[in-house]
Design a binder for this molecule. Structure first.
Ligand SMILES: [Zn+2]
Length: 189
């Protein structure tokens, strides 16, 4: 029998799952359900991993709290009307558009729709951005991220290297925003 690669551990009252695999050093992730997952290279000693988790305990607890808040908010969330969505999304679009305007993008049209598999989409040729009405239940920084992402598609239709270079230039902290969005408990239905 192969030794189990995933083990349950705890450090400073924080339970976490440890997986040994070929990563550079170690990575810490808070999963959607609030559980803490650490992947670490077999070379990193256990004491060092426990210490790493301990040192990040404040961050972990904050993230878990945020997930709990988010889950509660989503339960309370009724369906938003298209008008409610358009009001908020248009405001954010107006605030974000000036960032990309100097690169030659025309102000796009905005549509909202209930979608099941994506947060937004962009019709590059027509210049129309469509956003998911469910997005309104997510934190504002996530809505901004999706809008910025779709705005970049006006100039870069595909997820090319140039697309990500542009997105990073216009919104350097987009990966954290995306991660938070991925942690939301909103059922897309
Ligand atoms: Zn995209």
């Amino acid at each position: 029998m192969k030794p189990k690669k995933i083990s349950e551990r705890s450090a400073q009252n924080i339970k976490y799952l440890l997986e040994r695999k070929n990563v550079k050093n170690l990575n810490l992730r808070i999963r959607k359900d609030g559980s803490v997952y650490v992947s670490a290279s077999p070379r990193v000693p256990l004491a060092q991993i426990d210490d790493f988790v301990s040192r990040h305990s404040a961050y972990i607890q904050q993230a878990q709290q945020r997930l709990t808040d988010l889950a509660r908010r989503c339960k309370e969330t009724k369906q938003y009307s298209k008008d409610e969505c358009l009001a908020v999304f248009n405001q954010l679009l107006t605030e974000l558009y000036p960032r990309i305007k100097p690169y030659g993008a025309a102000l796009p049209g905005l549509r909202v729709r209930k979608m099941t598999s994506r947060w937004g989409s962009c019709q590059t040729v027509k210049g129309i951005i469509t956003l998911n009405t469910h997005l309104l239940a997510t934190p504002q920084i996530c809505i901004e991220y999706v809008i910025m992402h779709e705005l970049c598609h006006l100039l870069q239709p595909n997820h090319s290297q140039q697309f990500y270079a542009l997105l990073t230039k216009l919104m350097p902290d987009w990966p954290e925003r995306k991660q938070l969005l991925n942690q939301t408990h909103i059922a897309l239905n």
